[in-house]
Structure formats: C-alpha cells, structure tokens
Design a protein around this ligand. Sequence first.
Ligand code: F6R
Ligand code: ZN
Length: 197
Amino acid sequence: MINTDIQKTCTRYDLQTGNITGADVVHAKKHLGDIIGIFENKEAALNMKPDTVVYEVSSHCAVSEGTAGGLFFGTSCVHPGRVGNEYFMTKGHFHSKRECAEYYWGISGEGVLLLISENGESAAEKVEKGSIHYIGGYIAHRLVNTGNADLVVGACWPSDAGHDYGAIAETGFTFRVVEEFGKPMLKGNNAYEHNCY
Ligand code: F6R
Ligand code: ZN
C-alpha cells in the first residue's frame, strides 16, 4: 500500500541560532586543554583553565562517516576569548580526501575564516551573519572568533571527506589572528615560516 501521509521530519534546524536537534545529531566540545598546541603563547594557555570550552560543534550525520555520495550538515560555535592576544579558534584541518569541498555560512557573531592550500597560498575571509564561504578542495580551513559574542557558523561537507589535522598541526596557517589596539589584525605565523622556509 502506498503511504500518502506527508511526514514531518523530527530533525530541526533553527534558522536564527543554527541549533540542530533531533535524530542523528552528534554534539562535541573542544576544551582548551586539548588544543593548547594551536596557540602561539603556550605560557598564557597553561595559565588558563584547561576545561575552558573553546568551541562546540553539532553535526547532523544521516549516514555513517566515510559514506560516498552523502553529506553532513553542522553548526560550529566558537566562543569569544583569547589566549594572550590571539583569538579563540578551531584546530583547522584539510579534508583527508583532499578534493572534497565544503560550504560555510555565517549565522551570528564576527570572525575570520583562514584558508591555506597545500602549497601555501592563503586567504582570510570575514565571517558575519549571511556571509557564504565556498572552501574548495585541497584547502585547509580554520574559524577564528574576533568578536565579543559567540561566532556561529553553518557547514555542509561530504560524508567521506574525513579530517586530517596532522598537516596543520605541524605548520599551522600563514597567519595568526590577534587583537592589536583593540581590533583584529593578521600577523605572520612564526611556526609556519619556520617550517616552510
Ligand atoms: C567539517 C568542518 C567543520 C569543523 C568544525 C570544527 O569539515 O569543517 O564542521 O569540523 O568547525 O573545526 P575542526 O574540525 O578544525 O576542529
Ligand atoms: Zn572541513
């Protein structure tokens, strides 16, 4: 028999806040103690509470990780804060399957999307409510919260993209985003220069 009911999905997306609820939603928190290595001023990081939540990610995963042809959909929330003068940020990654692209879009807050290709071409895009960011394949990406409120960003990426954190952990991005004279500035990253020249 044909089912003629119009079914209401139990998974919901709040367009104002980016909150995702319902089935197949996974929530993860990243604490400062887990990511001290990404910040330049390790001493300042060690003087902060290791259980400080730097960012949170909720993902709707309708298929299992690694499924070819599927998509994942998520919301990242980077909290406001700094380690020394460097703003809170995500670890950043290349996709393991390098050719996989991703969309990001700004939901609320203010920030910067740092991008770098495998041969070091880099860019920094301003993230704000309504901004859309197409992250092509072969490009590592990191979100930085430069504001005083949560930076909330939506994302959609292939379910077989995977995440490669190792390459970025070694060299980092070309730029660090720091507060100088009360506003966000891009600064050369010593660790990147040291590893690449
Ligand atoms: C997925 C994606 C985002 C990030 C999230 C946390 O491919 O780019 O969902 O995973 O913003 O950042 P990372 O993964 O760098 O800790
Ligand atoms: Zn990604």
